[in-house]
Design a protein around this ligand. Structure first.
Ligand code: T46
Length: 137
């Protein structure tokens, strides 16, 4: 499984760091929504779903967390602990976010507005979706 982690270029000077992200340049799609999560309780696992169409970039802008990516065949755990790193998560990837530090802020850039009908929340349904995509259905 190919993990795509972007390393954004901070504009650093003696005052500190600034990261700027533009759609189609630093983020590989039009940004239609931005959301973030914080105050995540210890031992919480978020996500546990895939999407039919949504593409996202996840940036842990403060603290740290781990992302489990599962394409239905292979799983990988990606730590996010730098505010200048962005993890690309394709639609057809089961994702789980866990091991949040108490100060973690996970910022997400999304290619679509919120749409509950785009979620695949059942793992068996996800495996079926991946198989059908592979067979061109
Ligand atoms: C994803 C991972 C990385 C909204 O009303 N609008 C929104 O844009 C979002 C993202 C959520 N919500 C509502 C829906 C639920 O009542 O906020 C509540 C929590 O959402 P959810 O349980 O889906 O959150 P996570 O952390 O499990 O998943 C989220 C995204 O939903 C999902 O697309 O890929 O972060």
């Amino acid at each position: 499984m190919q993990v795509i982690k972007y390393v954004f270029q901070p504009h650093g000077d003696e005052r500190g760091q600034l990261v700027s992200l533009e759609e189609f340049k630093d983020i590989p799609f039009q940004i239609k929504r931005v959301y973030f999560m914080y105050d995540t309780e210890k031992n919480v696992v978020r996500g546990k779903h895939a999407h039919k169409n949504l593409e996202q970039i996840l940036v842990c802008i403060h603290g740290s967390c781990k992302i489990l990516l599962d394409n239905g065949h292979e799983k990988k755990v990606v730590p996010l602990e730098k505010p200048y790193e962005g993890l690309y998560v394709a639609n057809d990837m089961w994702r789980e976010m866990y091991d949040f530090s108490p100060d973690a802020v996970l910022l997400v850039f999304a290619s679509e507005v919120y749409d509950e009908s785009d979620y695949i929340r059942d793992y068996d349904e996800f495996l079926k979706f991946v198989k059908e995509r592979k067979n061109g259905n």
